[in-house]
Write a protein that binds this ligand. Structure first.
Ligand SMILES: C[S@@+](CC[C@H](N)C(=O)[O-])C[C@H]1O[C@@H](n2cnc3c(N)ncnc32)[C@H](O)[C@@H]1O
Length: 278
């Protein structure tokens, strides 16, 4: 609960910074020009950002672009876990069109207010932002075609519940299409123990094989983890500066171990959860 409250407080402040004309940056030094850290910057093409309100782009705190990599078809229902300022929800809503629907789910009131304001500015109607936790998704089972998420699952203290809930709400044949930070190889304990790092999208990240195991345990098939950005020590130095971390001491142990990845999996088409998919 303490961790969740810290996360909620941090992202509430990030939302308010955007609302008052600043940047939502949380990873490294804030910039009035938007996030410049190596995780969050340059994720979206101009052809995408031009379609949505500037505040939604400034609030972007993801580490990938799930809407570019996920297959989204007209008429489908999409759910974004931890939707923040709504960038991926608004982009998904355009992709699924007026016969489809895009839900955003977030636990932070300030982020929900920002996302709803961005929806209003974008003038899209096939969008709904829900308040709630990704560990307890407030939607019925078998109701969603695609679950997306962008740099949120690593923040959850109960990732098993998150993937179990994603599986529950997906329709048979539904797709899990998530961008997240993952690690490869052992990460020093002092990194994991650092709350600020956790909240900044790093220390709570799963190892790639742990992600696969959790998805498989929930019943998913066709699991694949595709690295989209592998962070160098210099990337880490820039990310960690300003957080009071001794980067020089940590840097050699971090080389090649931190990456953003696109994680794909499918709920089997013939699944009858929870009876025959364990
Ligand atoms: C790193 S930001 C990412 C926001 C958005 N996906 C994006 O790409 O800009 C994390 C978001 O997830 C939300 N969040 C974190 N943990 C959550 C949880 N357990 N349940 C619901 N929302 C959560 C935060 O409030 C915040 O808006």
């Amino acid at each position: 609960m303490e961790l969740k409250e810290t996360v909620r407080e941090k992202y509430g402040q990030a939302a308010l910074r955007v609302t008052t004309g600043g940047s939502s940056c949380c990873g490294s030094a804030p910039s009035s020009l938007g996030c410049v850290d190596p995780i969050t910057s340059n994720l979206y093409e101009l052809s995408q950002t031009g379609l949505i309100p500037e505040e939604a782009v400034l609030a972007s705190l993801g580490c990938g672009n799930p809407t570019a990599l996920a297959e989204l078809k007209p008429g489908e229902t999409v759910l974004d876990l931890g939707s923040g300022g709504g960038i991926d929800v608004l982009l998904s809503a355009r992709r699924v069109g007026p016969t489809g629907k895009a839900y955003g789910l977030d636990m932070t009131d300030e982020m929900l207010a920002l996302a709803r304001s961005n929806q209003h500015k974008a003038g899209v109607e096939n969008v709904e932002f829900l308040k709630g936790e990704i560990e307890h998704i407030p939607l019925p089972e078998n109701s969603v075609d695609v679950v997306i998420s962008n740099c949120v699952i690593n923040l959850s203290p109960d990732k098993d519940s998150v993937v179990r809930e994603a599986f529950r709400v997906l329709k048979p044949g539904g797709r899990f299409a998530v961008s997240d930070v993952v690690t490869r190889g052992e990460v020093p304990a002092d990194v994991r123990d650092n709350m600020l790092l956790w909240v900044g999208c790093i220390a709570g990240a799963l190892q790639d094989y742990e992600y696969v195991a959790k998805l498989a345990k929930a019943g998913f098939k066709g699991i694949d983890i595709e690295p989209t950005r592998i962070y160098s020590v210099e990337d880490a130095r820039s990310f960690l500066s300003g957080q009071g971390v001794d980067v020089d001491a940590l840097a050699p142990q971090m080389q090649g171990k931190f990456m953003s990845a696109f994680i794909r999996a499918t709920k089997p088409a013939s699944c009858c959860f929870p009876d025959c998919c364990s």
